[in-house]
Ligand binder design. Structure first.
Ligand code: AHR
Length: 683
């Protein structure tokens, strides 16, 4: 039951709490004299023999012992004027930013299971491929740069088998990206390019094998290999196996001779069953974030360390055999299997708009292209790229997109010119941005062009700001955009994160993130979009280049960090406009945002208590007529270091409950370290 406590009862209970304070040292030691809030909610049962006085005291004691009742300051008063809209909330406020970092694509979102599938580029030797010699069979393997299946893929793996038989075959195995995920009763779709010398070494046996038991869980045969390069499809089907990541792929032959392999590929079922598609679990996690847009392909990945290592979109489209792959600035090679069209199709799958970042003539080793004639080919490349995305099939690049499998043009609103060009010490961005701006606007006047730093000669439509901070810094910076000139360029917070926790953010980071998001929401009349970065991390040793990433995974499993769940909540309960409000008496680590969804007549109150003490708050809605019950969704932890991990993925997840209003007020105590959303319905 809930007690309304009189002032006498309150002071007796306070006295009792003072005496019992040593039971919960940290919370009570500093709390004398203790004030019990008017709306003290303690569950208890009043027996017939008990006086009300002893019941109150017993209940308080019980609450104290069970830790329900804590020392509390006077409640903060939050007054919300549901009938006074302040500004519009950007419907595209929350979206995604990805790039090839931390094995975000290869070994991550991109569902390919075979690592180093093309044996080329700058890999050291034949990384991830191991010689197999069963029994007394004998063979040698070596990378071969003299033959490959295409101009784009001039390399291959050469396997010289000197002795082999059906009982004792020889060949190679691939370790996958820290293993290969196998699930029961699942069909895996594979293909490989192969050729052999005149002797017949084939057929090739392709098998998925468990690492520990050595048991073959699926097998297929590839026959008819000739002396010319050709692609061979195969299918592997598992039976009743335990799901596991500890598996590898084996390719063997039973006869002596020489075999060359390239572009060995294996896919599990993918999101929306797309060929060359994405991992289902990761796409589902992204979908749950209600993303309005995807900023791609980077980030530093767009720029590359050197100009020839930039993201060249034309080399990422069409059949995989025509994609040459390229070194990424994050110290591993990119297969470019997740190329421009695949990015766009991911946008389609998750109903996001693409925010297309085009290479703008700056690479990270302080290499730049001078504005003017030198830059013209890069500008043309961007124009071609925009045509590939948006052009009809009657345009050159629109027709190529159609030939690649997507006749329908994609809708594009935003193009970003470069990435973090404030790092370019030559000061060339002013000229580079303006050259891109003029050329793109001339052909596509409706496109909004994002600058990566302030420019003077032209007014950018949007400026991309990046913030990587500690939680405390975000707590102190939630008012960052409160005074920003509303007549200036709009803001895209294209990368931001509280960097605390590795590989994924801990709860302290989630509190910093949530506090920052309250500030972004309040200013989302000017902040049109925002994206956490980096989004993804493969948590295996050696896979990560950047600490504190939103979603972690290995080959088989994935999990959301506390920050991920904070994002899910903020994006799910976005609202269409902010409301007038005022706050009094709150602690310094209390933050909030109040928005309303006009169509649904729903109010979303986001509350953040980053303090180690609970925060009582009386929320008043003068003049509003609200339903008596509201939904409360809570994300709570016991410590700022608390987190989710690959082995303990659901330690901190949102939990829903119902809370009750008294008239047009909500008397609520936020637990220590909590992020909460209250969903209120107007009557
Ligand atoms: O998100 C990681 C990196 O941080 C991005 O690639 C870059 O834009 C920023 O400096």
């Amino acid at each position: 039951m809930t007690l309304a406590v009189s002032s006498w009862e309150r002071s007796s209970a306070s006295e009792l709490v003072k005496r019992l304070g040593s039971f919960n040292g940290r919370r009570f030691a500093t709390a004398a004299p203790l004030l019990l809030p008017d709306n003290m909610h303690c569950e208890g049962r009043l027996s017939e023999k008990m006086s009300r006085k002893s019941f109150v005291i017993a209940t308080v004691a019980n609450c104290l012992l069970t830790g329900v009742l804590f020392a509390q300051s006077q409640p903060a008063v939050l007054t919300i004027h549901a009938d006074q809209p302040i500004s519009k909330v950007s419907p595209t406020l929350y979206g995604l930013m990805t790039e090839e970092i931390n094995h975000s694509y290869d070994g991550g979102l991109y569902a390919e299971m075979v690592s180093n599938r093309t044996f080329g580029g700058s890999w050291a030797g034949i990384h991830n491929w191991i010689l197999v010699e069963e029994g007394n069979s004998q063979a040698k393997i070596a990378p071969d740069s003299k033959t490959g299946p295409s101009e784009a893929l001039p390399n291959s793996l050469r396997i010289d088998v000197s002795e082999a038989s059906a009982a004792e075959p020889a060949g190679v195995l691939n370790e996958g990206y820290w293993g290969m995920a196998i699930r029961p009763n699942t069909t895996y779709t594979g293909s490989l390019y192969a050729k052999e010398d005149s002797a017949s070494v084939g057929p090739i046996t392709v098998s998925l094998v468990q690492n520990q038991s050595g048991k073959v869980v699926a097998t297929a045969t590839v026959s008819g290999v000739t002396t010319d390069w050709k692609q061979y499809p195969f299918t592997l089907k598992t039976g009743a196996v335990e799901p596991s990541a500890a598996n590898h792929l084996v390719l063997t032959v039973a006869h002596p001779g020489t075999l060359w392999l390239s572009l060995v590929s294996l896919f599990p079922p993918t999101y929306h069953n797309r060929a060359n598609g994405n991992r289902i679990d990761l796409m589902e996690k992204l979908a749950a974030m209600h993303p309005a847009f995807l900023r791609f392909p980077g980030g530093n990945y767009l720029e590359g360390d050197h100009i020839p290592e930039r993201y060249e979109w034309k080399k990422t489209i069409g059949p995989l055999v025509d994609r040459p792959t390229h070194p990424s600035p994050w110290r591993y090679h990119s297969s470019d299997g997740l190329g421009l069209l695949e990015f766009l199709e991911s946008c389609e799958d998750l109903h996001m708009q693409p925010v297309l970042a085009v290479y703008a003539g700056y690479s990270m080793a302080q290499e730049h292209v001078n504005p003017g004639a030198d830059l013209d080919p890069y500008v043309q490349d961007a124009l071609d790229e925009i045509e590939y995305v948006t052009g009809g099939t009657n345009t050159k690049w629109g027709a190529i997109r159609a030939a690649n499998g997507h006749p329908e043009p994609f809708h594009l609103n935003y193009v970003e010119i470069g990435n973090e060009d404030f790092f370019d010490k030559s000061g060339s961005y002013e000229g580079r941005y303006s050259q891109f701006y003029k050329a793109i606007k001339a052909k596509y006047p409706d496109l909004l062009l994002i600058a990566t730093m302030p420019v003077k000669s032209i007014r950018p439509d949007v400026i991309d700001d990046h913030y990587y901070k500690r939680a405390t810094d975000f707590f102190h910076d939630t008012t960052h955009y409160d005074k920003t000139d509303r007549n200036g360029p709009k803001i895209f917070v294209g990368e931001w994160a509280t960097r605390e926790g590795t590989p994924t953010p801990n709860f302290g980071a989630a509190l910093g993130d949530a506090a920052w998001m309250t500030g972004m929401e309040r200013n989302s009349d000017i902040i049109v979009m925002a994206a956490y970065a980096p989004l993804l991390v493969n948590v295996n040793p050696g896979a990560m280049q950047w600490e504190t990433d939103l979603i972690g995974y290995d080959a088989l499993r994935s999990y959301g960090s506390p920050s991920y769940y904070a994002q899910v909540l903020f994006a799910k309960y976005l609202g269409t406009g902010t409301l007038a409000s005022s706050l009094q008496g709150a602690g310094p680590k209390f933050f909030y945002s109040i928005t309303k969804d006009e169509a649904n007549k729903r109010l979303y109150l986001k509350l953040v208590n980053a303090s180690s003490d609970p925060q009582p708050v009386n929320v008043e809605f003068p003049g509003a007529s609200l339903a008596a019950t509201a939904t409360l969704t809570s994300l709570i932890a016991n410590s700022t270091e608390a987190t989710n991990t690959i082995d303990n993925p659901d330690s901190i997840v949102p939990k829903e409950s119902t809370i009750h209003l008294s008239g047009s007020a909500l008397h609520h105590t936020m637990p220590a370290y909590s992020i909460q959303v209250v969903e209120l319905n107007e009557r």
